[in-house]
Design a binder for this molecule. Structure first.
Ligand SMILES: NC(=O)c1ccc[n+]([C@@H]2O[C@H](COP(=O)([O-])OP(=O)(O)OC[C@H]3O[C@@H](n4cnc5c(N)ncnc54)[C@H](O)[C@@H]3O)[C@@H](O)[C@H]2O)c1
Length: 310
């Protein structure tokens, strides 16, 4: 699908990934951002985008945001936190996706790009390709992503939808909020410059992709893949350990803290300690990430220090 001259609705379009995507798409398309600003800021939405404010589970919101003139929905809105209300998070995320799909089907909109996650693979061998099975997520968030993917598959195969399904590695860059490792480390070191507490044993090893690469890769896939369901991993070929992130943050803040570790092989229950996605499918479609995982982390640290150091 050509991403010029389209009317594009971005759910969660004021959030971290969504606001960068809106900035990129607004240059050559009509962009409608729909968000209730529970985890985002209005000033992150580019001036040229239309804004529909509301909860996506309220039919009035989907009716205003998705209309017969919509060409494509980028569906990003979700609760991605490590939630204490686990089943509530499952119901919440799946309810948003159900509401979006239902409205699309009602008004004849059939193109949707969806942001899934590496967490659908659970603790799989690495690098993990898109056709790895069995999919055994270990968090409720992962279960909600997998459930939403399966709902989209049904609409692709039985209602003529075209679905672009992105399984993200960890995406980093400006506007990333607390709860993600880089903002958390910057915040902790701002409070206690001599010590950095790291969750787990610090040897967790994951792949980080910069938001600029992520947005470019998503748009490349939408423009070049046209099956009913197009599932693509989005990540980098390399990984960065949590301890290495701590070192990079300390270096960039000009500090030399002592690291302490809470212990155990993971940060929290449901955390997948090692993640690296195969990106051969993305590469074969003609997109190669510009930055390695370490480079993406360092650039994001530089971008996030002004936002989170205090
Ligand atoms: N950032 C990552 O590393 C990463 C990794 C894997 C997958 N993802 C997925 O990518 C998508 C975007 O993630 P993000 O990092 O930008 O998160 P984010 O929290 O910054 O963005 C989500 C947006 O959705 C909005 N939202 C949530 N529930 C809503 C509702 N009921 N009604 C209206 N708006 C609602 C929030 O206000 C927020 O602006 C999510 O689906 C997330 O699961 C992100």
């Amino acid at each position: 699908m050509d991403l010029t001259g389209q009317r594009i609705c971005i759910t969660g379009g004021a959030g971290f990934v969504g606001s960068h995507l809106a900035e990129f798409l607004v240059a050559e398309n009509d962009v409608v951002v729909v968000d209730d600003f529970r985890n985002s800021r209005r000033e992150w939405v580019p001036d040229d985008a239309e804004v529909v404010e509301g909860d996506l589970t309220d039919p009035a919101t989907t009716e205003a945001a998705i209309t017969p003139t919509t060409d494509l929905v980028f569906h990003l809105a979700a609760d991605k936190s490590a939630s204490r209300d686990e089943l509530g998070q499952f119901r919440g995320n799946t309810a948003i996706t159900e509401a979006v799909i239902d409205r699309m089907d009602a008004v004849g909109v059939s193109h949707i790009a969806y942001t899934s996650s590496s967490v659908v693979y659970g603790e799989a061998p690495r690098p993990t390709p898109e056709d790895y099975a069995p999919l055994e997520p270990i968090s409720i968030y992962g279960a909600s992503k997998l459930a939403e993917e399966s709902l989209l598959s049904v609409f692709a195969h039985s209602h003529d939808f075209t679905v672009w399904n992105f399984r993200f590695a960890n995406i980093v860059g400006p506007r990333l909020q607390l709860g993600a490792v880089i903002p958390d480390f910057i915040d902790k070191l701002s409070h206690t410059p001599d010590e950095l507490e790291i969750l787990g044993d610090g040897r967790q090893e994951k792949s980080y992709m910069h938001i600029d690469d992520c947005v470019a890769a998503m748009c490349h896939v939408v423009e070049h893949a046209d099956k009913p369901v197009n599932t693509y991993n989005l990540g980098t070929r390399t990984t960065t350990s949590v301890t290495r992130i701590g070192e990079i943050v300390a270096e960039e803040m000009g500090l030399d803290p002592t690291f302490t570790f809470t212990g155990g092989d993971r940060g929290w229950t449901g955390d997948v300690p090692r993640m690296r996605l195969s990106i051969e499918k993305l590469s074969a479609l003609g997109y190669e990430p510009e930055q390695s995982s370490d480079d993406a982390v360092r650039q994001a640290v530089r971008e996030l220090i002004p936002e989170h150091a205090h």
